[in-house]
Design a protein around this ligand. Structure first.
Ligand SMILES: Cc1cc2nc3c(=O)[nH]c(=O)nc-3n(C[C@H](O)[C@H](O)[C@H](O)COP(=O)(O)O)c2cc1C
Length: 176
């Protein structure tokens, strides 16, 4: 059976992006899903001096190994000031020092959501522009707007958005 990882680019304990990635993963049939939480991969703030003095922390290696041993990735990015949340950028930077092609061509469903109508589209565009240079294989992407209005009790409650997400999940599933 194929195995996928699902996680959010957030360290919020109530992350809406984590909720969305778990829901999206639940729609992928006949795969084993591992839900990851960036809080379990604590890392110091990246700095070249720290890297030169102490090397690359174990948790960056661990996360990268988890990517490499998966068959696919569901990732939903939190948007902070129109960019990656710090916790994600930090992990991304550390992993890129081990392997510039860190996404390892694993099929990816890339998403973002926010409480606002733009649904994290700015960070999504940044990631779409960058990941392809770093081993990214984005099969499809999805910006989910107005999380508070459209998601409840672990599920998408807007029919049109649910339909759209399901069709994107199908594309992802077929690429595994
Ligand atoms: C420092 C900070 C900056 C934010 N900037 C944005 C932003 O640029 N665009 C946006 O849509 N939401 C922004 N938000 C709101 C986040 O989308 C919201 O906190 C969301 O819950 C983050 O996702 P998460 O719950 O998965 O961490 C910001 C929140 C914080 C704390």
């Amino acid at each position: 059976m194929k195995n996928i990882i699902a996680f959010a680019g957030s360290n919020s304990k109530t992350s809406i992006n984590k909720q969305l990635s778990i829901y999206a993963a639940s729609l992928v049939e006949n795969v084993e899903t591992t839900v990851l939480d960036l809080n379990d991969f604590d890392l110091p703030l990246y700095g070249i001096d720290l890297e030169n003095e102490k090397g690359i922390p174990e948790n960056a290696h661990k996360f990268l190994e988890t990517i490499k041993s998966s068959d696919g990735i569901i990732l939903s990015l939190a948007e902070h000031n129109g960019a990656y949340a710090t916790v994600f950028k930090n992990l991304f930077d550390w992993m890129s020092r081990i392997d510039g092609k860190l996404w390892s061509e694993k099929p990816m469903l890339l998403m973002a959501t926010s409480p606002g109508v733009r649904g994290g589209v700015t960070v999504l565009e940044i990631a779409k522009g960058r990941f392809s240079f770093m081993g990214g294989n984005i099969i499809t992407d999805f910006s989910f707007p107005s999380f508070g209005d459209n998601f409840k009790d672990g599920k998408v409650i807007n029919d049109d958005l649910n339909k759209e997400l399901k069709s994107k999940v199908e594309l992802f599933k077929n690429a595994l």
